[in-house]
Design a protein around this ligand. Structure first.
Ligand code: SAH
Ligand code: SF4
Length: 409
C-alpha cells in the first residue's frame, strides 16, 4: 500500500489548484484516458505500488473509466480513500468541452468538442467535430483523428482546413466517452430522446467509424491505441467488425492497420483511373491505384466475410459514367469488396455537383449486377453540415513563431 507521504511528495499541483480532478492548472496531472493498461501500470508502480496491486488498480481504473464512464475519482467505491487521493493528486480523467450540439431533422447529431493541447496548455485549444448517426439497426459514431487534414481531396470540406495538429489517443477516445455521456450510454445515464437505442441493442453507439476530420493513417499510433481501447472487452467493448477505419490510401500503413488493430478497412477510391484520382484524391500521385489495390488484396484478415469497403463519391459528370461503373467492377474483381456509393455532399464554395438520382441508380445497377451489394449511402445530417466530407472547424494552424512564443520555447 502507498504511504500518504508519497502522495504529498507528488502532489504539489493539488495544493495549488485544489482537488478538482479536471482542474486546468499549469501542472499537468497525467490524463489516464487513452492510456493502455501497461502505461497505467507503469505510472502506478512509479508512485510506489507493487506490481500486483498496480495490475489490480489498473483493472479497476479501466472499468470505472470505460464501463462506468466515471470522471470523478471520488466515485470509485471499490478503491480505498488513500488510493483515491493518490489518483486525484496525480491523474486526471479529461473529457472535451462541448462547444455546441446540433440535431438534424433526421436525428443525426453533430458536436463541436474543444480540447486543450495535452502537451502544452498555453497553446490555444482545438475544436473537432464528432457526428452520431442513429439508424433503426445501428448507431454509428463518426470520430475525428486530426484537426484539419494535410491532404487536399478536391471534393472534401475538411481538405480546405490546414492540418492544425494530430489528436492524441486520449482525445480520440475522449470523443467517444463524451458522446456516450451525452447519449446516456453509461450506466445511470439519461437518454436525450426516447427510442435512441437501435433494435436489439442496449447502447446508442454500436459502431464507430474513423471517418471524421483528418486522415487516420497519418496519425497511426494514436488512432491505433484508441481503436484498441474501443475494441477491448474491458474497454469500450465494441467488436472489431463494428469499427471501420477509412483511408484515402496511405499504402505503407495498410498492412499494419490489419495486423495491429484488426478493424474493418474502408478505402476512399472515388475514381477508377490514375489521371482522375490524382485530381480528386491527390495522395494517389504517391500511391497509385494499382499499389493501393494490391495492399487491399493483401489486407491481413480480409475474406468474403470481412470485406473491404470501397467508398465512391458520386460527382456529376466527373466519375459517374456507365464505363466508370464497369471499370470499378473490373478493378475490384480479385478483392473481397463492398462498394459504398456516396452522393456528393456540397459545402460552401465546393467545385462539384452531386450526380442525378437516375445516374446514381444506373451506376448502382451495374455494380449490383456484377454481384456487389452497393448500398447508396443516404446522406445524413446535411442540414447541419454533418454529412461525409462536410466537417471543418475554425481552429487554425499557428506559425512556428507564434507556437514557440506561446509555449515559452
Ligand atoms: N480521411 C479519410 C476519412 C475521412 S473522410 C478518408 O479520406 O478516407 C470520410 C469519407 O467521406 C471518405 O470516403 C471521403 O472521401 C468522403 N467525402 C469527403 N468529402 C465528401 C463530400 N463532400 N461528399 C461525400 N463524401 C465525401
Ligand atoms: Fe483528408 Fe479524407 Fe478529406 Fe481527403 S477526404 S481531405 S484525406 S479528410
Amino acid at each position: 500500500m502507498v504511504s500518504l507521504d508519497l502522495v504529498t511528495g507528488k502532489n504539489l499541483a493539488a495544493e495549488k489548484s485544489g482537488p478538482d480532478h479536471a482542474a486546468s492548472s499549469s501542472f499537468a496531472r497525467t490524463d489516464l484516458v487513452g492510456l493502455d493498461r501497461a502505461e497505467i501500470q507503469k505510472l502506478l508502480v512509479s508512485l510506489g505500488l507493487d506490481d500486483k496491486e498496480a495490475r489490480m488498480r489498473t483493472r479497476q481504473l479501466w472499468n470505472w473509466i470505460y464501463v462506468n464512464g466515471i470522471t470523478d475519482f471520488e466515485k470509485m467505491s471499490n478503491v480505498s480513500k488513500a488510493t483515491r487521493e493518490l489518483f486525484l493528486a496525480n491523474f486526471s480523467l479529461k473529457r472535451p468541452e462541448v462547444i455546441s450540439e446540433q440535431v438534424s431533422s433526421d436525428g443525426t447529431r453533430k458536436w463541436l468538442f474543444r480540447f486543450k493541447d495535452p502537451a502544452n496548455p498555453n497553446l490555444p485549444p482545438v475544436d473537432v467535430e464528432t457526428v452520431y448517426i442513429p439508424e433503426p439497426s445501428r448507431g454509428t459514431l463518426c470520430v475525428s483523428s486530426q484537426v484539419g487534414c494535410t491532404l487536399t481531396c478536391s471534393f472534401c470540406h475538411t481538405g480546405t482546413q490546414r492540418l492544425v495538429r494530430n489528436l492524441s489517443a486520449g482525445e480520440i477516445v475522449g470523443q467517444v466517452l463524451m458522446a456516450r455521456e451525452l447519449l446516456g450510454d453509461f450506466p445511470g445515464g439519461t437518454r436525450p430522446v426516447n427510442g435512441l437505442v437501435p433494435r436489439g441493442e442496449t447502447r446508442a453507439i454500436t459502431n464507430i467509424v474513423m471517418m471524421g476530420m483528418g486522415e487516420p493513417l497519418y496519425n497511426f499510433e494514436n488512432v491505433k491505441n484508441a481503436m484498441l481501447i474501443f475494441s477491448d472487452g474491458d474497454g469500450l467493448s465494441i467488436s472489431k467488425r463494428r469499427i471501420t477505419l477509412s483511408t484515402s490510401g496511405v499504402v505503407p500503413q495498410i498492412e499494419a492497420t490489419g495486423k495491429e488493430t484488426g478493424v474493418m478497412l474502408a478505402i476512399s477510391l472515388h475514381a477508377v483511373n490514375d489521371e482522375l484520382r490524382n485530381k480528386l484524391v491527390p495522395i494517389n500521385k504517391k500511391w497509385p491505384i494499382k499499389e493501393l489495390l494490391l495492399a487491399c488484396k493483401n489486407y491481413p484478415g480480409v475474406s468474403n466475410a470481412r470485406r473491404i469497403t470501397f467508398e465512391y463519391v458520386m460527382l456529376k459528370g466527373v466519375n459517374d459514367s456507365d464505363a466508370d461503373a464497369r471499370e470499378l467492377v473490373r478493378l475490384l474483381a480479385n478483392i473481397p469488396a463492398k462498394i459504398n456509393l456516396i452522393p456528393f455532399n456540397p459545402w460552401p464554395g465546393s467545385p462539384y455537383e452531386c450526380s442525378d438520382w437516375e445516374t446514381i441508380e444506373r451506376f448502382s445497377d451495374i455494380v449490383n449486377k456484377a454481384g456487389y451489394a452497393s448500398p447508396v449511402r443516404t446522406p445524413r445530417g446535411r442540414d447541419i453540415f454533418a454529412a461525409c466530407g462536410q466537417l471543418k472547424s475554425e481552429s487554425e494552424r499557428l506559425s512556428k513563431k507564434k507556437r514557440d512564443a506561446l509555449s515559452g520555447a
